[in-house]
Design a protein around this ligand. Structure first.
Ligand SMILES: [Zn+2]
Length: 495
């Protein structure tokens, strides 16, 4: 649409055709957009406006007004409101900004421009000439949108030029004269943090290239633009302090120059109190590249243990019935990064590759035997006595021999502590038990020894198996009883 300037003075001077409302509508229906028609319509509709005012004045004055006239007036008003609106055509110097609903609309555009470019140029430099407004009536569809009005405002400034601007969250940080180069910079920044296995790359901010008016100072070449967009922008946070602190100390603690911090907090004095708030700068990357990738690894699943009580094991002792083994789980995580730094880590799959094996541990509940003998002995083996205690032709037989079968269990004759378990000359494999009451017993010629030195054994507990080791003529156990190291006739102690 081409804009046509109509001075307010001109509009007022035109004669208003009061009796041609119908004709005016006929014109509107044609809806041509030539400047002449626009101009004519404006003139006609000033007339309509006056007609409507006149109708209402008439209705107020005359209580008996024609119903038809009232209906016609209302219909006319409705038709007008649906299709047309009062507007201003705004100008800076000779440059038309567009049709706007009110002056505030233009002021908002100016404020936005100033806010966006304050870091590069002052608002006064951008808007040099006065804004003028020409009243108008336009079709509602003919309003100029805010973006176009802003661009028109910028076009009036000699510090603004048209270029391909890289906008980040609607703020232009750098601009190039070449569109392809501007678009390529966005791709280059995205690729900075793209890892080989990245599945997604995006920007946290809204990043786009627009052909628009920007301050000429931000038009730069590719290399400079790339460097600028990898830089930081300053945000301002308001913070409180935990305890009263000197302004200079606060500045030092935050790595800020005192003068700079003072410029952000002109009202603060030498000390900052807990009731004060302090404005501090926070530097944020202009563009944040968000990437997503996955990480796969294996992790160990520790085995569990089941503990059971076992009445066949002595208290304080235990036995591993089944050894535990750790399992393996394959884990895949989704890693989300912002400019390379991990900001979120989520497990997306976790699969057991190898189940852990439960450890089964039995702990003893059996009461430990006393290491002190009861004073009475039982036979270590039940069998035929082949040789009694006492004198022989060859000397004294220091115990009794009981015949049996190789491998049969030999039991302790009474509670006690094993003091010897091994080979001893003519005894062959022998176990000696001290009953800690003056008595010691021997079990000789064994096939195998099942108790170790230091073991506390219970009366009747298996300690060895019957054999024929050492000075022996056949399988038997030589059972010997000593009291204070003097051999006794075992048959006096067993039944
Ligand atoms: Zn013997």
């Amino acid at each position: 649409m081409r804009f046509v300037k109509i001075n307010a003075a001109d509009a007022d001077s035109k004669s208003v055709k009061r009796n041609c409302i119908a004709k005016a509508y006929a014109q509107v229906d044609k809806n041509t957009e030539t400047s002449q028609t626009t101009k004519t319509l404006k003139t006609y509709f000033n007339g309509i406006k006056n007609e409507i005012i006149a109708f209402y004045n008439a209705l107020n004055k005359k209580t008996v007004a024609s119903a038809l006239v009232a209906v016609a007036a209302l219909s006319l008003t409705m038709l007008f409101n649906i299709n047309f609106s009062f507007a201003y055509n705004a100008f800076i110097g000779d440059t038309e900004l567009g049709y706007v609903p009110d002056k505030e609309f233009v002021q908002n555009c100016v404020d936005n421009i100033n806010a966006e470019f304050a870091q590069y140029v002052s608002g006064e430099d951008i808007i040099k000439a006065k804004i003028t407004y020409v009243p108008a009536i336009i079709r509602r569809a003919a309003f100029t949108d805010a973006v176009a009005v802003c661009e028109n405002i910028k076009s009036t400034s000699d510090v603004m030029v048209q270029a391909y601007s890289v906008e980040v969250d609607d703020i232009a940080f750098a601009a190039l004269n070449d569109k392809t180069q501007a678009e390529d910079i966005i791709l280059q920044i995205a690729s900075l943090y793209k890892t080989d296995d990245a599945t997604q790359v995006s920007f946290k901010e809204d990043v786009k290239v627009l052909y628009e008016y920007v301050p000429s100072v931000i038009v730069m070449d590719s290399a400079a633009a790339l460097e600028r967009l990898q830089g930081f922008t300053t945000l301002y946070n308001t913070v409180a302090v935990d305890k009263k602190i000197a302004f200079a100390d606060f500045a030092a603690d935050n790595g800020l120059e005192v003068e700079y911090l003072k410029s952000l907090n002109p009202k603060l004095g030498e000390y900052i109190n807990t009731s004060d708030t302090v404005v501090i700068p926070v530097w944020k990357p202009i563009i944040t590249v968000l990437t997503t990738d996955t990480l796969s690894y294996e992790t160990t699943v520790p085995f569990e243990e089941q503990v059971t009580e076992d009445a066949t094991i002595y208290e304080g002792s235990e036995k591993i019935l089944q050894a535990g083994a750790n399992g393996i789980t394959a884990v895949t995580e989704k890693i989300e990064r912002a400019n390379g730094a991990i900001v979120n880590q989520t497990v997306i799959s976790s699969e057991v590759v190898c189940e852990p094996v439960m450890q089964m541990r039995a702990i003893g509940t059996k009461e430990r035997p006393s290491h002190v003998g009861t004073g009475s002995f039982m036979r270590p083996y039940y069998g035929k006595v082949s040789s009694r205690f006492g004198s022989r032709r060859s000397g004294t037989h220091t115990g009794v021999d009981i015949c049996g079968t190789v491998g049969d269990p030999i039991v302790a004759a009474d509670n006690g502590t094993v003091i010897f378990s091994g080979w001893s000359g003519g005894y062959g494999k022998v176990i000696k038990i001290d009953h800690n009451n003056g008595y010691v017993t021997y079990y000789a010629h064994c096939n195998s020894l099942l108790a170790d030195v230091g073991d506390v054994v219970e009366k009747g507990e298996t300690i060895a198996t019957l054999g024929s080791t050492g000075n022996s003529t056949g399988p038997h156990v030589h059972f010997e009883v000593r009291y204070n190291d003097e051999v006794q006739n075992p048959m006096n102690y067993v039944n």
